[in-house]
Design a protein around this ligand. Structure first.
Ligand SMILES: Cc1cc2nc3c(=O)[nH]c(=O)nc-3n(C[C@H](O)[C@H](O)[C@H](O)COP(=O)(O)OP(=O)(O)OC[C@H]3O[C@@H](n4cnc5c(N)ncnc54)[C@H](O)[C@@H]3O)c2cc1C
Length: 430
C-alpha cells in the first residue's frame, strides 16, 4: 500500500536516525519524517564514550569520527572561587591513544547520521511536520501538516523536546529544580593564558558558578561552544541574553578575560525549560526515544548518549515484537530506559541540591575507587550494576549510606569501560 511502512519515525535527530538505521538493516521498511531539513542547528555537542560502540555499529567508527570531530578525553570541573580544577579522564591525551569520545559539531554530526540512515535504506521526508497521530489503532496513522496521511505497523516518536506523543498523552513531567535556562554562543580566537593547560581542547570543561554552571566545549574547526546554564532563581525577568550570559561568565574571571578578548561567531541563543521526563515510554504500537522520552539536564552530557542508546534498545524491542510477537520486549525497553535515567537523574539532583561536585568530585582524588566509579558514570556506563555508586543511585538511597565499593582496576589513564569488578569497603558519602 502506498504511504505504508513497517515502521514510521517522527524526528531525524540522533535518536530517530540511529533507530532508523538499525531497523532498516534488519529488513524493515522505515520512513522518517522531520519538520526541518539537515544541516540544521542543534545544541548538545559533547558525547560520551559509552555511545561509541553504537556509532561504530552503524559505520561511524573512531577513524571516521576523528576525521570530522574533536577528540574528547574526559570531563573537567573548575571551581573559580577555590581556583581548583578536577579532571576525570577517560584516557590520557597526547600519547597516541585514540580519543575515547568526541565533541561534535551537531550540524555535521546530525547530517552524517541522517545520511547513514538513508544509506541503510530509510526513506526520509524532510520539511514534513507531523501534526497528528492515531497511535492506538493498527495500522497507526500519521497526518502531516500538508495534509498527507501515512500508515505504519509501529511508530517511534523521536521528536526531541517537541515531544509530540508525550504532550498528547500528557505524560510529560517538568523537573523544575534542574537547569532552566541555557544561553550560549560560539567563540573563536580565544587567547590562551600562561598557565593554560596544553590539552584544554581535548576536554569538556565545566565552570561552577553560583546558581548554575558554564560549559566550554572545544570543536574541531577551532571554535568553542560556551554556554551558561542557570537555575530558576538566577533568571532575570525580561532576560537580556548577552547581558545575562556575560554576568554569569564574569563569575569565572579567567574565562571572562579570555572570552572578552575572543570573537563571538553568532547571535546569543537560548534554550529554556528543557528538563522533563515521561514515565510512559511505550504503548501497544508505539514507543518514545531520545529527548521525546525525557531530557534531564546537560550537566553530564547525557542527552545524545541516551538518545542513541534508547534508539538501539528500542530497535531490539521492536524487532522482538514484530518478528517474534514478544510484547514483553517493549516493557523491558521501558524498564531499561527508566533504570538509566534514574541514575543520571539522581546524579543531576545531587549536583544541584547537594553540591555533588564540591562534596564528592573535589574529594574523589583521595579515593581512587570513587574516582573510577565517577569516571564510569561520566563515561555513560549507567547500566553497570557492579559500579557501587550506580547501585546506590539506582536505589536512590539516602546520603547516609557509607559502604560503597572498591574497584579492582584503577582506570585513570586507561579506557573507561565499566570497571572490571569492585570489592566492598567503607569510603565516603554521596
Ligand atoms: C542547553 C543544552 C545543552 C546540551 N548539551 C548537550 C551535550 O553537551 N551533550 C549531549 O549529549 N547532549 C546535550 N544536550 C541534549 C541533546 O542535544 C539532546 O539530548 C539530543 O539532541 C537528543 O536527540 P533526539 O534525537 O532525541 O532529539 P533532537 O536532536 O532534538 O531531534 C528531534 C528532531 O525531531 C524533529 N521534530 C520535532 N517535532 C516534529 C514533528 N512534529 N514532525 C516532524 N519532525 C519533528 C526536529 O526537527 C528534530 O530534528 C543539550 C541540551 C540542551 C538543552
Amino acid at each position: 500500500m502506498e504511504n505504508h511502512s513497517d515502521i514510521a519515525i517522527i524526528g531525524c535527530g540522533p535518536a530517530g536516525a540511529v533507530a532508523g538505521a538499525l531497523l532498516a538493516v534488519r529488513g524493515y521498511s522505515v520512513i522518517i519524517f522531520d519538520r526541518d531539513s539537515h544541516p540544521r542547528h542543534h545544541i548538545g555537542e559533547s558525547l560520551l564514550p559509552a555511545s561509541m560502540s553504537i556509532l561504530q555499529s552503524i559505520g561511524m567508527d573512531s577513524h571516521y569520527m576523528q576525521a570530522h570531530h574533536q577528540g574528547k578525553y574526559g570531563a573537567r570541573f573548575f571551581d573559580p572561587v577555590a581556583n581548583r580544577l578536577e579532571v576525570f579522564g577517560f584516557a590520557l591525551p597526547g600519547q597516541g591513544v585514540e580519543p575515547p569520545t568526541f565533541n561534535v559539531m551537531r550540524e555535521t554530526f546530525d547530517l552524517q547520521l541522517r545520511d547513514v540512515a538513508q544509506q541503510r535504506g530509510c526513506v526520509i521526508h524532510e520539511n514534513t511536520a507531523i501534526t497528528d497521530v492515531e497511535e492506538e489503532q493498527s495500522p497507526v496513522k500519521l497526518h502531516s501538516e500538508s495534509g498527507q496521511t501515512y500508515c505504519c505497523n509501529f511508530l517511534i516518536d523521536a521528536t526531541g523536546a517537541a515531544a509530540v506523543l508525550a504532550k498528547k498523552l500528557r505524560c510529560r513531567e517538568v523537573l523544575p529544580d534542574f537547569g532552566r535556562l541555557a544561553i550560549y554562543n560560539y567563540f573563536t580566537n580565544i587567547p590562551t593564558t600562561e598557565s593554560a593547560d596544553p590539552f584544554e581542547r581535548q576536554y569538556l570543561t565545566m565552570h561552577l558558578i553560583a546558581n548554575g554552571w558554564i560549559w566550554f566545549i572545544p570543536l574541531r574547526d577551532g571554535s568553542t561552544s560556551v554556554g551558561v546554564v542557570l537555575k530558576r532563581e538566577a533568571i532575570e525577568k525580561n532576560v537580556d541574553l548577552p547581558g545575562q550570559f556575560w554576568a554569569a561568565v564574569k563569575q569565572s574571571p579567567t574565562l571572562y578575560d579570555r572570552l572578552s578578548r575572543s570573537t563571538p561567531l553568532a547571535a546569543y541563543r537560548a534554550a529554556s525549560d528543557y528538563s522533563y521526563q515521561c514515565d510512559q515510554k511505550v504503548g501497544l504500537h508505539h514507543l518514545l526515544i531520545g529527548d521525546a522520552a525525557g531530557f534531564l539536564d546537560p550537566i553530564f552530557s547525557s542527552g545524545v548518549h541516551l538518545a542513541i542508546t534508547s534508539a538501539a534498545r528500542a530497535a531490539d524491542g521492536i524487532d522482538a515484537l514484530l518478528r517474534r510477537g514478544e510484547p514483553a520486549a517493549l516493557r523491558q525497553y521501558q524498564a531499561d530506559m527508566d533504570a538509566g535515567l534514574r541514575v543520571f537523574r539522581a546524579f543531576v539532583e545531587r549536583f544541584y541540591q547537594r553540591d555533588l561536585v564540591r562534596n564528592l568530585f573535589f574529594s574523589a582524588d583521595k579515593n581512587p575507587v570513587m574516582r573510577t566509579a565517577i569516571i564510569n558514570i561520566l563515561a555513560g556506563h549507567v547500566w553497570d550494576l557492579s559500579n557501587p555508586l550506580i547501585a546506590m543511585l539506582q536505589a536512590n538511597k539516602p546520603a547516609e549510606i557509607r559502604r560503597v565499593g572498591v574497584a579492582s582496576a584503577q582506570l585513570e589513564g586507561q579506557q573507561a569501560g565499566p570497571a572490571a569488578s569492585y570489592r566492598e569497603a567503607n569510603v565516603t558519602t554521596l
